[in-house]
Design a protein around this ligand. Structure first.
Ligand code: 13P
Length: 255
């Protein structure tokens, strides 16, 4: 399978931004701008925004995602939300293992794996995030780390379930910093992720899996990044909060 045959996915990660009313307004603004997209368009929003976002996106090509999910089905886990709950309110995608969750909320490679399994078993599509810190890059561990994170995240995920997995390569040093990886660095990192999938599932599965780049992707640099052979779209933070910028990125991935 060639890059042209893989479905590019442009996903916004709103992080901790927007009230339900603001979410509705932003989606209404985005809908006409992305209506003719030739890629998958996803907006991952805060939990409380989900009902408003699902309602606003209904009938459009925008899919709604969550930004995290717990790995248990139910029980005494104060403050957490299960995959079944997300399914029940119309969520189709969920981000798992974002570096901000790893950095601030004790997320580990093992819990990333558990969350991935819970989401897939509930019928959600996952956007699993991997990425190295600047220190790890400078020490020369990028390839080993990306392969390790990818393989642990996918432990016990079946080849059939892999079809519902998107992996996002997000170098930690490029997130929210305005420092974008060069297109070649993004391509190389995504290639390491794809190689890890090949080692675990074989070459055909690796060619078919969607691997996004994330980290200061914006309306100006998206074209060059998504033109790379291993870059199948992007996971967009700041620029996904602006309808015009986000739609330019969607258009870049639709070429
Ligand atoms: P920025 O696009 O704001 O750098 O955020 C990237 C990101 O973390 C997406 O998940």
């Amino acid at each position: 399978m060639k890059k042209e045959c893989r479905k590019a996915v442009i996903a916004g990660n709103w992080k901790m931004n927007k009230t339900p009313a603001e979410a509705k307004a932003l989606i209404e603004e985005m809908k006409p701008l992305v209506a003719d997209a030739d890629c998958e368009v996803v907006l991952c929003v805060p939990y409380v925004d989900i009902p408003a976002a699902v309602e606003a996106a209904a009938g459009s090509n925008i899919k709604i995602g969550a930004e995290n999910v717990h790995f248990k089905a139910s029980g005494a886990y104060t403050g957490e939300v299960s995959a079944e709950m997300l399914k029940a309110v119309g969520v189709e995608y969920v981000i798992i293992g974002h570096s901000e969750r790893r950095q601030y909320f004790g997320e580990t490679d093992q819990t990333v794996n558990l969350r991935t399994l819970a989401a897939l078993n509930a019928g959600l599509k996952t956007i699993v995030c991997v990425g190295e810190t600047l220190e790890q890059r400078e020490l020369g561990y990028t390839e080993a780390l990306l392969k390790y994170q990818t393989k642990i995240a996918l432990t016990n995920v079946t080849a059939e379930q892999l079809k519902n997995v998107v992996i996002a390569y997000e170098p930690v040093w490029a997130i929210g910093t305005g420092v974008t990886a060069t297109a070649d660095q993004a391509d190389e990192g995504n290639g390491f992720v794809r190689a890890a999938v090949a080692e675990a599932y074989g070459a055909d599965a690796a060619e078919a899996v969607t691997v996004q780049y994330g980290g200061s992707m914006n309306a100006k640099n998206a074209d060059e990044l998504v033109s790379k052979i291993n870059v199948d779209g992007g996971l967009i933070g700041g620029a996904s909060l602006k309808a015009a910028d986000f739609s330019v990125i969607v258009k870049a991935a639709s070429k």
